[in-house]
Design a protein around this ligand. Structure first.
Ligand code: ATP
Ligand code: MG
Length: 432
């Protein structure tokens, strides 16, 4: 009767940490139970640089999501970003039998374990081995071969790796917040899950999640992921360009970018003048710049970002793939004119997307900045082994029951806050 299959996802971003708690309903749809957001200054370009600040932001966002959901979590999927993330596609022989045999799910699981072994070397920590299809004897790219017969099997996979030290730092920061890392999910895969439609994935699409410190890239064709990568450039660089050009504070530049910035400064209304407070010596009071001048700086940065994206897409395994559709997401996609500029640069259809509508997802989170957090939860629910993330979390060795109004007790099952008798309040090793 009780939903033990609630799971949690933590998107540890360069500007904010988002924790999403939810579950898959019996009809297959995903329901969000709670979301917690906390600003975070512990990362640079998607990688943890300040462990304590990161842990603090994770703890605050987990507490907020737990409170909203009325549920305590002890583990979560955690999103990994940073330019150390690298992907490649593999084509491996995973079975060669003298006679034909039936392909079962166990055979496929063993095939992926074989690929996993072959892909594990000293070039980074293995994060994902995603099956893209199988070749059975001479039948190519069979997606779901269970029940078919073959002598030889080749597996086509998308393999993602990352730098061990960066991964361990993120894991340690999460565990210091009392949350066990159930699985790491790379952010481009997470964002794509929330922001793309099935037909976009089938027809071919490039997903760009333009965040605060990174731009995550994922490319799909034929319903399969064929490329994933992370660029160490995001909205921070756009703002920093304004800081440098106008000798102003980061806060002032950020505000200016969000309220008056545009990457298509050619349009007439851009003659409008804006006042900027400067930190430059010898200038008293604010000085004025036109929207066009502001926009020109942002446009140059956006063009540079898209040029870097094109560079990342110039890999041999994408050579024969027509890419004429781009989907932008992430907070950076909200900068005025991004869609028009991307359309011009990539010469294709461009759409700005956020999390698709999910039961229980509040309006304020139907925003491109929340694609990674919600997508991570959906991807985990659909692709990773079942297993609830609910329970009592541990902070610095002591168990802590979050402030939810419901929690799962290993001995008595689900309970409500009001159910508790005072003698329950202190279990051995449990602070409430
Ligand atoms: N309305 C807006 N116009 C322009 N830029 C915006 C707007 N809203 C947010 N941004 C920018 O979006 C960026 C933050 O995006 P997001 O929340 O997706 O990043 P993040 O997930 O914390 O970081 P990352 O994914 O890079 O680790 C910031 O640089 C911010 O300035
Ligand atoms: Mg992000």
């Amino acid at each position: 009767m009780i939903q033990e299959d609630y799971r949690a996802a933590i998107d540890v971003g360069t500007t904010k940490v988002v924790t999403v708690i939810g579950r898959e309903r019996p009809d297959g749809s995903v329901e969000i139970a709670g979301i917690g957001v906390s600003p975070c200054e512990g990362l640079s370009k998607g990688v943890v640089r300040d462990d304590a600040a990161t842990t603090q932001a994770i703890r605050a966002s987990v507490q907020e999501a737990s409170k909203q959901a009325g549920l305590s979590i002890k583990s979560a999927y955690v999103g990994l970003s940073g330019s150390h993330i690298e992907s490649r596609n593999r084509w491996d022989q995973v079975q060669e039998n003298p006679v034909e045999s039936v392909i079962t799910q166990e055979v496929l699981d063993a095939s992926l374990a074989t690929v996993r072994d072959m892909a594990s070397d000293n070039t980074g920590q293995l994060l994902h081995v995603i099956p893209r299809g199988y070749a059975l004897d001479n039948r190519h790219l069979v997606r779901m071969p269970v029940g078919m017969h073959a002598r030889e099997i080749h597996a086509h996979t998308h393999v993602v790796k990352g730098d061990e030290e960066s991964i361990e730092r993120l894991r340690a920061a999460t565990e210091s917040a009392g949350i066990h890392v159930a699985d790491l999910i790379v952010e481009p895969i997470a964002s794509a899950e929330a922001a793309l439609t099935t037909s976009e994935r089938d027809d071919g699409v490039v997903l760009l999640d333009i965040g605060g410190g990174t731009t995550d890239i994922a490319v799909f064709i034929g319903g399969q992921i064929v490329h994933s990568a992370v660029l160490p450039v995001g909205g921070w660089q756009f703002t920093n360009d304004l800081v440098m050009a106008f000798t102003t504070s980061f806060e002032e530049a950020e505000e200016l970018k969000k309220t008056s910035g545009s990457v298509t400064p050619e349009i007439a209304s851009m003659r409008e003048e804006l006042l900027v407070n400067t930190l430059a010596d010898g200038i008293d009071g604010p000085f004025s710049v036109t929207k066009r001048e502001l926009g020109q700086l942002l446009k140059e940065r956006a063009q540079e970002l898209f040029r870097l994206v094109k560079g990342k897409l110039a890999t041999p395994h994408l050579a024969n793939i027509p890419i004429d559709r781009v989907v932008l997401t992430g907070g950076g996609a909200k900068l005025d004119g991004m869609q028009a500029l991307a359309r011009y640069v990539f010469q294709g259809r461009v759409r700005i997307s956020g999390p698709r509508s999910l039961a229980g997802l509040d309006q304020q989170y139907q925003d491109p900045a929340y694609s990674a957090g919600t997508g991570m939860l959906i991807w985990g629910l659909r692709n990773l082994p079942r297993g609830s993330h609910l329970g009592v979390s541990t902070v610095n060795g002591a168990e802590v029951v979050n402030s939810g109004s419901r929690w799962y007790d290993a001995f008595t099952g689900w309970r409500k806050r009001g159910d508790r008798s005072s003698s329950d309040r202190t279990r051995e090793g449990v602070s409430v």
